[in-house]
Design a protein around this ligand. Sequence first.
Ligand code: ASP
Length: 354
Amino acid sequence: MKHFYKQWPLLLVVVIFIPFQNGIGQKKNVVILATGGTIAGAAATGTQAGYTSGQVGIDTMINRVPGIQELANLKGEQISNVGSQDMSFDIMLKLAKRINELTSGGNVDGIVITHGTDTMEETAYFLNLTAKTDKPVVLVGSMRPSTAVSADGPLNLYNGVAIAADPRAQGRGVLVIMNDHIHAAHSLTKMSTTDVQTFMSPLRGLVGVVAYGKSDFYNMPPWKHTSESEFDVTGVTKLPRVDIIYADVDMSPDLIDDSVKDGAKGIVIAGVGNGNMTKAAVDACSRAVKQGVVVVRSSRVATGLVGRNVELNDDQLGFIASDELNPQKSRILLTLALLKQRPPADLQTLFMTY
Ligand code: ASP
């Protein structure tokens, strides 16, 4: 007992000082990069369907979320203010470069990006391939505008900041936080045009859940991403053209021929079933390959993978199978892959790896 009294100052140092030295108890620094979307949208009344995306600035958005400043030291930056139907490769490149700048120093612990939901999966996947960091990078959006009764944006933003400040989110690649669910950029897709519960990761399931900032993580996405990715957009200002062409009954080959004539370097077929298309479309794709255009077979079906050499002989035709990537994410991967000359076998490997 005597000894204990003598040593209590030392104990105090251990209990108070060491956790602070390890960062426990300290607020993390999170930067919010705002791009627009419904989360920044506004309508004349709280109960009407019509609204305009990208109306509210980032500082107003932060100020409207009670308690958010307690989760982290926050700084907002306005990158753009557009509906994500107008998201562009220029804005995506700006985002990737800014994330790389911010996360390469020691002052920023995590990034949140506010974004429209229409093309959120594309930007998330683009950043999954081009953000060179293990620090948390998360996208949040909303299905209801900021002025709506029961707007879903503020809680999504609150949860997004909580995850960006959470060291357990590190190394999982870019994440999307919507409606209490944590998705991996590789696997999520928008499933409903209007429902608040719009995103699903049909093949791989959730990375975790988050409610009022408290989270559980279930999965580590198995794909290569972020700091392990070979794609580097430093110095890149323009990306090669890749078109998506939708397959259907009695599909005409003209769209494929025209795409090649118009200068596409790659074509992604949103095929029927397991990446199939009419015989005439296969012949047009084969002509495209002979002219040096890369053809990827993906699927218009919402879930399942597209395998090599199933109903078409990809080896003979020189086509690439998209594996688990839907047409819009296949386009992102192919666009980045085409920054460099690669043989078909290497391109196929990228689709199995990323
Ligand atoms: N059109 C909107 C956008 O993508 C929809 C949304 O954000 O939910 O910006």
